[in-house]
Design a protein around this ligand. Structure first.
Ligand code: PLP
Length: 406
């Protein structure tokens, strides 16, 4: 464990008030707040060290390139990837999964080939596969979750058939917080010769990740949920898979030579990074990942487990509230509905009046909403800086909502 108040002091925004109440930020699943080291790194980069990367032979360009490229190694360390050459920078998970859909899957999949995915995927891990369904007749095979919100890894493994070309699965649901045993899925899929893409958008934020031990082929992270800037992210791509990929976006940086009737490409990973990248965003993500590693992802996971246990116990005492998906393996993300007429949007508006930020809606997971039979939920998603007292404030505010709506 760590001193949560010391961590809170690193995040300037946490000392502000919202609607005359101290901010209780419980919308980390959507995007996390930024520690001062990240904010300072952005200011320093633009104030003293900014130029385009990879191109200039001048001091500032070299400096920016050095800082930017160093982030590849930081990401590789954070994920325990075998090599930084297996890290492709992206603007976030959405771009990362679209990259794999276009550059790896589209040229390889034939009509009738299958992609296995679960009903609790975020749209970012659904829609790029729908493109392949619409455009080239690929079949999407959906694996259900049970009433508790658990995804049985064996059900995913059993869904892998002779036509399966990819398993695309989240490590942690952004709606219910369910954690999936992706290592077991990867091991079984590997035996069947089927690559696995793991959406680590939530998983990487809440637990230590080791892609080498996990044995996945693709692993996506998104910087803004990892306490870094928006517009930053990365994709781990195992080198065998990278060798099978065609280029994605075309433009500067990803080429070696261009003529009137020929083009040749840069080596991977830069082959997949066209144009001016999010230079300062990625530098900021590197600082955020170093900050997390400095504290220790195991300690962050332990702290969040105490938040989860406290929230689970408190919410269980509210018999007019239903937690949607209460898996034993869940992390500190709670989606809930209130009995009666109260709509999730009304609840979140009332909570906001008390300075509590939660999210309401379908959380970019419509198939899961349909599966759970709810139109919308409120979601309280906790992060490394939240406290047990903030859980209590949430519960008090929910009791107030219940009294209001009767
Ligand atoms: N996958 C999951 C599980 C998510 O929670 C999110 C964001 O909410 C995404 C993918 C998409 O991430 P981004 O919007 O940063 O690309």
């Amino acid at each position: 464990m760590y001193d949560v108040n010391a961590v809170r002091a690193d995040f300037p925004i946490l000392s502000r008030q919202v609607n005359n109440r101290p901010l209780v930020y419980l919308d980390n699943g959507a995007s996390a707040q930024k520690p001062k080291v990240v904010i300072d790194a952005i200011t320093t980069a633009y104030s003293h060290e900014y130029a385009n990367v990879h191109r200039g032979l001048h001091t500032l360009s070299n400096l920016a390139t050095e800082k930017y490229e160093a982030v590849r190694g930081i990401v590789a360390r954070f994920l325990n990837a075998p090599s930084e050459d297996e890290i492709v920078f992206t603007s976030g998970t959405t771009e990362g999964i679209n990259l794999i859909s276009y550059a790896w899957a589209a040229p390889r999949l034939q009509p009738g080939d299958e992609i296995v995915l679960s009903v609790m995927e975020h749209h970012a891990n659904i829609v790029p596969w729908h493109f392949l369904r619409e455009r080239q007749g690929v079949v999407l095979k959906w694996v259900e979750v049970d009433a508790k919100g658990d995804l049985d890894p064996q059900a995913v493994i059993d869904a892998i058939g002779p036509r399966t070309k990819l398993v695309a699965i989240t490590q942690m649901s952004n709606v219910t917080g369910t954690v999936v045993d992706v290592a077991r899925i990867c091991a079984a899929a590997r035996e069947k010769g089927v690559p696995v893409l793991v959406d680590g958008s939530q998983g990487a934020v809440h637990m230590p990740v080791d892609v080498s031990a996990m044995g996945c082929d693709f692993y996506a992270i998104t910087g803004h949920k990892l306490y870094g800037p928006s517009g930053s992210g990365a994709m781990f791509i195992a080198k065998e898979r990278m060798a099978e990929m065609r280029p994605f976006l075309g433009g500067g940086d990803m080429i070696r030579e261009v003529g009137r009737d020929f083009v040749s490409y840069n080596d991977a990973p830069m082959k997949f990074e066209a144009g001016t990248p999010g230079i300062v965003q990625q530098i900021g993500m590197g600082v955020a990942l170093n900050y997390l590693m400095g504290i220790g992802m195991d300690k962050i996971a332990a702290h969040e487990q105490s938040l989860r246990d406290h929230a689970r116990a408190k919410l269980a005492g509210l018999n007019w509230l239903t937690v949607q998906g209460n898996s034993d393996t869940k992390g500190a993300i709670f989606s809930f509905t209130l009995q009666g007429a109260a709509h999730a949007h009304d609840i979140s508006t009332i909570l906001d009046k008390r300075g509590i930020a939660v999210r309401a809606g379908t959380h970019c997971a419509m198939p899961l909403m349909e599966h759970m039979g709810v139109g919308a939920t409120c979601r309280a998603s906790f992060g490394m800086y939240n406290t047990l007292e903030e859980v209590d404030k949430l519960v008090d505010a929910l009791e107030f909502c219940h009294e209001l709506f009767g």
